[in-house]
Design a protein around this ligand. Structure first.
Ligand code: G6P
Length: 492
């Protein structure tokens, strides 16, 4: 492809697939994750471009390629970092879209920066996309881009996927710029969400606030059709399967159990350190279970990985302080010299080490107050090829729509949380294996590559051929996202 003619496929996301690491000679290191693998593979096959922010406000040098795909940096200034990233994206939209767990702040000067940065992304996409190209825009930081881009380049096919929840109408109505955000999203040909009810929330609020016509699955905006659907994201199942069978990873998982003092039960939590993840509530529940004697020091051990995130935001700083205080209280009350009951790590983990931890854990605790999907839940299930392991999962994670066989819990209900953890610990092996087999069938039904293909296929309009077939079931909004292969008993 000659980039002078423009790319056929452009991915637009707030972050590039690499991040800056001052301590490494390489400087630009890959950002791990299934999403990066999936989009990288799609871009490789289309010789496409990834357009995003390199994650630092004043990069000395900019990354230009990753795994054979071209990268294009979109810069943001220190002031925009504060108003667009920390401000409107993460202190207005993030809490609002996560059930207002923390009060969202509404500031006009944050909104102005959001508009400016979205315009910059839209202009960059318009510059680099070839005639009739496909542009796939990602996540809440860039909700105005579809409309801005359409105005600049009406020839493009534009898709948008929201990785986080889309809130209920009542919450969304709080947003002073609610009409602008809706109009921004309606610039896309296809708007995808993690869950059917998020898609329905969006279509309903668009009809109510902007008066657009249409059903939950198809809206009509200024003579165009905007399709709306659920495309639940997944994981790179083959990569996890490879690691699960890697002798070094298996040995490491045994070593971890030995390092933990060879306990009978290992309970594990892996989260970005975010107030939406319910980590502190989980630690409180576990502390009470030690006090009640359900958990016993020496016999039962907890590992909590809290990946550093958005550390300059005061909500995140406070969350960390409170969490670390709770952890030290549980350890103070229940631990012994050289034997804490909670092993807490506030750091990034290589993916191999994470998989070793998943293999070492008897009970996985995924208890967010609200989460778009939560891939940790799916990764854990994908690791348990021998059908061992028990998953405690919040009803408020998108993953709960699919993973019905988990020990489902309302994380706001402390007693309920304790009960579900107790149930996970005490359920007999046969029924626990049955649950895990069901979870694995569900996770195996769609990997992240099928998710990306499914979205892009629908965006390409092939789904329109299905319209006649679907006549009369127009309100079907998902889940979509690729062919479903059920692999019973096979390694997920
Ligand atoms: C969530 C969001 C992503 C975001 C990630 C990390 O998963 O959906 O868009 O990139 O968190 O957050 P950060 O603020 O570090 O990009």
């Amino acid at each position: 492809m000659d980039p002078r003619n423009g790319y056929r496929l452009v991915v637009v996301a707030n972050r590039l697939p690499v991040h800056y690491d001052q301590s490494s000679d390489e400087r630009w290191l890959p950002s791990p994750g299934g999403l990066v693998s999936a989009l990288t593979r799609v871009l490789q096959s289309h010789e496409g471009l990834w357009l995003g922010w390199p994650g630092v406000t004043h990069p000395h040098e900019k990354p230009t390629s990753y795994e054979g795909i071209d990268l294009q940096s979109v810069d943001i200034s220190q002031d925009e970092y504060e108003r667009f990233y920390l401000g409107f994206s993460n202190a207005t939209l993030w809490p609002l879209y996560h059930d207002a767990i923390r009060s969202p702040n509404f500031h006009r000067h944050w909104w102005e920066a959001y508009v400016t940065v979205n315009e910059r992304f839209a202009r960059a996409a318009a510059r680099h996309a070839g005639p009739g190209a496909t542009v796939w825009v990602h996540d809440y930081q860039l909700q105005l881009v579809p409309q801005m881009l359409r105005e600049l380049r009406p020839d493009l096919r534009i898709g948008f996927f929201l990785h986080i929840p889309f809130p209920s109408i009542e919450l969304f109505m709080q947003l002073p710029w609610r009409r602008r955000i809706l109009a921004g999203l309606l610039g896309a040909d296809l708007v995808g969400f993690q869950e059917p009810h998020a898609a329905a929330n969006f279509s309903r609020v668009a009809r109510r606030l902007l008066g657009v016509a249409g059903t939950d699955a198809r809206l009509h905006q200024m003579g165009r059709e905007v399709r709306v659907g659920a495309y639940p994201i997944s994981i790179d199942i083959a990569q996890i399967s490879r690691l699960v069978h890697d002798p070094a990873v298996r040995a490491r998982s045994q070593e971890i159990r030995a390092e933990l003092g060879s306990p009978e039960v290992v309970l594990l939590g892996v989260d970005r350190l975010d107030y939406t993840k319910g980590i502190q509530q989980r630690i409180t529940a576990l502390a009470e279970l030690y006090r009640d004697g359900v958990l016993q020091a020496g016999r039962d051990v907890i590992v909590q990985i809290a990946v550093p995130s958005r550390e300059s935001d005061p909500h995140y700083e406070r969350e960390r302080r409170h969490l670390e205080q709770s952890v030290s209280e549980v350890n103070g009350e229940n631990g012994q010299v050289g034997r804490p009951v909670v092993h807490y790590l506030h750091q990034n983990m290589p993916f191999e080490e994470l998989v070793a931890l998943y293999l070492a854990a008897d009970v996985m605790l995924v208890t967010p107050f609200r989460d778009g999907m939560n891939l940790v839940a799916k990764e854990y299930v994908a690791c348990r090829a021998d059908l061992t392991g028990r998953l405690v999962l919040s009803e408020f994670a998108g993953a709960a729509t699919e993973l019905r066989a988990a020990f489902l819990v309302n994380p706001h209900d402390l007693d309920g949380l304790k009960e579900s953890i107790t149930q996970a610990l005490t359920t007999d092996e046969k029924s626990a294996r049955r649950r895990m087999a069901r979870l694995r069938r569900q996770v195996a039904s769609r990997d992240v590559f099928q998710w990306a293909d499914g979205f892009l296929t629908d965006l390409a309009g092939r789904s329109q051929d299905l319209d006649e077939v679907r006549d009369g079931v127009d309100d079907e909004i998902g889940p979509h996202g690729g062919p479903v292969h059920l692999v019973e008993g096979a390694d997920a």
